[in-house]
Ligand binder design. Structure first.
Ligand code: KG4
Ligand code: ZN
Length: 356
């Protein structure tokens, strides 16, 4: 099967074509083409994504990216598109473009949940990768700009949300704290870079006597459930900066990042203990964070689990991961016929994972 996928949920315009082969051990994926056009430089002066600018850029970029994959279209079996969650004006540009292709080439249309793409991204390495048959139950920590969720997948397309953020998403907290530190958008990679500059174990200014003094709280780390909260942490950074205007910004970045990682790691371990998954994965934009990758891998290793990590090129939004998720949907025949597609697909900004 060959799938052409389109992703426009936020500020990356992306199109990819994947070839999928079913084998005895699992599904073999080959990326035939993967195009991503980032709008980061357009939104940076505004300190965040401006939905109508994103829409304008997607409309401009989609035909340009499509031209680059055009030679693959004759062998394509289905068109896939992210239908949510995300910014609705941005999602519609991808959906409308997909509808045109569906009509023109008489192909089925597969709507995809963006978060399902992030779940599968953990299996993606290079341009050829295998998703084995026996991965379930699969536990995924999804950490992105809009979501922080622990998801248990019992089989393809059947998920249970074990816990989620009650306020800000992890990536959102990174972006907001970055703004307080006067770092450019997107803030996650900037905070991570600055935090690395701080680390000086020989002379840590946060040591009081020989005791490690945490600057910031770890919200909900001891709560029994698997939910998260990052807005209090963000506020405590704000107060700390107000009360210590001359503070070392690298120290604040380091301590903030550590607080977020501590909570994410602790809740993931709690979920493993409770649900005993066969596979554990990390996905979403914040999965690019080195401290999170290292600490979660190490802590999982200590209890006999291997953490599946997306290659860094697949942590951020991309269309290849959308094609992977679409494949499992197409295989289960969960897509619309060309004639009906116009009526069935709409952008859903707040789309949730299908729970069973
Ligand atoms: O998945 P993604 O590309 O878009 C959404 O679906 O939201 O995630 C974007 C988020 C942004 O908040 C960005 O700051 C964050 O991922 N991010 C990071 C890092 N790289 C990207 N956060 C922490 N550390 C990073 N290295
Ligand atoms: Zn995303």
């Amino acid at each position: 099967m060959r799938i052409l996928a389109i992703e426009t949920s936020c500020d990356e315009t992306a199109i990819a074509v994947l070839k999928i082969k079913n084998t005895r051990t699992g599904e073999n994926f080959s990326i035939l083409s993967a195009q991503v056009s980032s709008q980061v430089s357009i939104h940076r002066p505004f300190g965040g994504v401006v939905p109508n600018l994103a829409k304008r850029e997607h409309i401009k970029n989609l035909p340009i990216l499509f031209k680059k994959v055009l030679k693959e279209i004759t062998a394509v079996d289905a068109i896939a598109v992210t239908s949510g969650p995300g910014l609705e004006p941005a999602l519609w540009t991808g959906i409308n473009f997909a509808q045109e292709l569906v009509k023109k080439y008489n192909l089925p249309l597969v709507p995809v949940n963006h978060l399902e793409g992030h779940i599968y991204s953990a299996f993606m390495h290079g341009d050829k990768f295998l998703i084995p048959k026996n991965i379930f139950p699969l536990l995924t920590l999804i950490v992105s700009g809009g979501h922080t969720e622990l998801v248990l997948t019992k089989k393809h397309l059947e998920h249970k949300i074990l816990g989620e953020t009650l306020d800000d998403a992890a990536g959102e907290a990174f972006d907001k704290v970055a703004r307080m530190l006067e770092l450019p958008y997107p803030g996650g990679p900037e905070i991570s870079k600055l935090a690395k500059k701080f680390h000086n174990p020989l002379n840590p200014p946060y040591l009081k006597g020989d005791k490690y003094e945490k600057l910031f709280p770890r919200p909900m780390i001891n709560s029994k459930d698997l939910n998260f909260s990052f807005s209090g942490l963000k506020t405590s950074v704000l107060y700390y900066l107000r009360d210590n205007p001359k503070t070392d910004k690298a120290l604040v970045a380091y301590e903030f990042e550590q607080a977020v990682v501590d909570v994410l790691v602790s809740k993931t371990l709690k979920a493993i203990e409770k649900y005993n998954p066969k596979t554990v994965a990390l996905g979403g934009g914040v999965a690019a964070n080195d401290k999170l990758r290292e600490e979660l891998s190490r802590k999982l290793g200590a209890i006999g689990h291997t953490l599946l990590l997306p290659e860094k090129q697949f942590t951020g939004d991309n269309a290849a991961m959308i094609a992977v998720a679409a494949y499992f949907k197409a295989k289960a025949k969960k897509f619309s016929k060309p004639s009906a597609s116009r009526l069935t697909i709409k952008a859903e900004g707040g789309l949730k994972l299908t729970e069973k």
